[in-house]
Design a protein around this ligand. Sequence first.
Ligand code: SAH
Length: 365
Amino acid sequence: MDRSAELYDHISAVIRASGPLTIARFMAEVLNHPTLGYYANRNPIGKMGDFITAPEISQMYGELISAWLIDCWERLGKPDPVSLVELGPGRGTFIADFWRVAQMVPEFSDAVRIYLLEGSPVLRKQQKQRFEMLGFGDKTIWVTEFKEIPDIPFLLFANEFFDALPVHQFVNVNGKWRERLVDVDPNGHKELCYVVAPHTTTMPLLKYASEAAGKTMEMSPAGILLTETISEKLCRVCGAALIVDFGLASPSLSLQAVMSHSTCDPLMNLGLADLSSAVDFGALRRAAVRGGARVYGPVSQGKLLRSLGIEQRSSQLVMSVDHEEARLVIQSKERLTDVAFMGQLFQSIAITSRSLPHVAGFDSP
Ligand code: SAH
């Protein structure tokens, strides 16, 4: 039996035993099931994978973000020791670029310890091998939960991590929210389908959801709670965080499945397609404020990278490579910044302790 059919059997058995699943529970099963889940088996990122991310497009991305993080460290008064935390490091490409930049500031590279929050055993192994090969394996520590990060000043970066966290979806029925659930097909086909819960939801976190909600709504309690926790910790120990992700101006039902660079039905290809949803930056902003931190943005990825100097960096790179590579540098810069590609679809927010008066690339909070 193929893995998708096995995962279907597992999920339908859970539904038959305890009723329809929330979208969040369904996502967790599909992505994180220990043997059949998407992250347990796949290397999702890159040309051969299912999707490509900003650090994989060009080294410029990781370099500019690293410079931003090191600039924050300087503005914080160069705390030593300091942690660099990456949530969901993927193939480890950002960290590889980060380490190259960090070594240009020896005072910083001596002070920093790298913490990686990674859930996928496949990716964890790849990251470890890559960092050991690059000679800084002794600087890196893996954690499975954010609370394992030590209570010392820290810099945090997350790209396309929050869009992978489970979401709940709701439908407005006569002015009251009912949760959208995943059920087995009522006609006996070996398929899953969406249903609406027969009762109004009692989820307490709903009060933190989007203010702009209309007939439908999607929220990620995991993303909201994590942002609040990060913000509280930033205030306690001092530091700065940068979150970049696929975001939507008006949040709606955005759950999508992506396989081999194309979207497909989230209820099909179980465990073979990646599931993600647009990040509600308004909800993350409010969570950071509740955590007591300063929040900047959202600012589009295009605007952020331009103000951090992507034009200058690409001109510099173009001068040091041959004609064909120069064309690729320009093409990657456009993919990262152009509104037709990632420039506008991807948004960023910065969250900092109150001790940090300003950060590069963002207007005042
Ligand atoms: N930041 C990388 C990878 C993005 S893909 C890049 O930009 O290329 C999402 C990453 O988050 C993967 O590394 C995935 O394994 C990890 N991830 C997703 N959900 C997670 C969770 N709940 N806990 C820990 N890691 C998770």
